[in-house]
Design a protein around this ligand. Structure first.
Ligand SMILES: [Zn+2]
Length: 359
């Protein structure tokens, strides 16, 4: 049966348009105007994207299982204390799913590629907010509880996610209508200065991450030892360390493009930095989830006596606001690309037009 299905051809880096080329990846590119069916079929064909898709598609199901476990085992409808965890778990399902969809369908056209990754960035921002909501509820160090910083923590995190989504979208093409429009793709950051585009993208995710983790940076030694008061030392700290270590490894892989930079072409299909980036990110999320759940249970009594009550607006409301604004941003950045361009040459391998005259 499988032999009846003809898998699509793959191409080398010089056969695909610049927008599809990846640093130090030489082969295994899918056709830049693949059909949706070809994209789905490519899940079962070894291309340079196959493991990018699976390394986020499979974890989606693991996180969904975690979410269902909490929904079914705990009284989530009446116990507001579980709501921040639910927000995090939903965001943990959304970000790998959006990423695997983006990697699957990103070769349908140049426009589709950009739009797919706009959604990917929006989902990462939502995950950042999910982390902030749980940190505010369960992880905040003793000395910072009910402080001014704690009071505005979620509001600032919402603001950060909006800026983060907008900056990440901007890093691909610049500003819609100003730097690119439906007739011309000037692609100011990506084509003329790809390094600047990548730097903006890394910063756009690094700064909300660093902000969200401020409570954690204060909790454990050595900072705790220096300050000596208001710290929180419990068994969850070791898990928090692992999460932070993996987060830094994830950022390192993203920024350096190692190992493929050392041997271009050698890691095209298995072992390139983006796959490792996905894997370390997911393992980091797993440890983060364990640490948060441990804090949640260990500190419940203490927090319930001192902390302000958890509200719908501070949990699901903040997430809904973040999703709504991110969708508006994605729509604005995609608007130009959704319109049908006029008299554009198709972007096919080898510059051939193959009857594809529009995005
Ligand atoms: Zn990815």
């Amino acid at each position: 049966m499988l032999s009846l299905i003809r898998l699509p051809r793959v191409f080398t880096v010089h056969q695909v348009p610049k927008a599809f080329q990846e640093d130090s990846i030489i082969s295994g590119y899918r056709h830049p105007r693949s059909s949706a069916t070809d994209c789905v079929l490519s899940l079962f064909q070894l291309t340079n994207e196959t493991l990018n898709i699976w390394t986020h598609f499979l974890p989606t199901w693991y996180f969904l299982w975690k979410l269902l476990t909490v929904v079914l085992m705990q009284d989530v409808w009446h116990d507001a204390y579980t709501w921040p965890l639910l927000v995090l778990l939903v965001s943990c399902c959304v970000y790998p799913l959006a990423s695997s969809c983006a990697h699957t369908f990103s070769t349908m056209s140049t426009s589709a590629r950009h739009i797919c990754f706009f959604f990917d960035y929006g989902a990462i921002s939502l995950y950042s907010l999910g982390s902030a909501v749980t940190y505010s509820a369960y992880v905040m160090p003793d000395g910072w509880l009910n402080s001014t910083f704690h009071k505005y923590f979620i509001s600032i995190a919402v603001f950060n996610t909006i800026i983060s989504t907008a900056m990440a979208c901007y890093s691909r093409l610049g500003l819609p209508f100003l730097h690119y429009n439906h007739d011309t793709l000037k692609r100011f950051p990506e084509c003329q200065s790809p390094k600047l585009g990548q730097l903006i993208r890394i910063l756009s995710f690094a700064f909300p991450y660093l902000f969200d983790n401020l409570p954690l940076f204060y909790r454990p030694p050595p900072l705790c030892v220096l300050v000596r008061e208001g710290c929180t030392v419990n068994d969850a700290n070791a898990l928090h360390y692992r999460h932070i270590a993996l987060a830094f490894l994830t950022a390192f892989l993203c920024a350096t493009h190692l190992p493929e930079r050392l041997a271009p072409g050698r890691f095209d299909f298995i072992g390139h930095s983006h796959q490792l980036f996905h894997v370390s990110g997911v393992i980091g999320t797993h440890f983060q989830m364990q640490a948060i759940e441990m804090d949640m249970h260990l500190r419940r009594q203490w927090l319930s006596e001192r902390s302000a009550p958890i509200t719908l607006s501070g949990t699901f409301g903040a997430a809904a606001l973040c999703v709504s604004i991110s969708l508006v941003i994605i729509y604005l950045f995609s608007l130009c690309l959704l319109r049908r361009p006029t008299n554009r040459k198709a972007q096919c391998p080898n510059g051939k037009t193959r009857g594809c005259s529009s995005d």
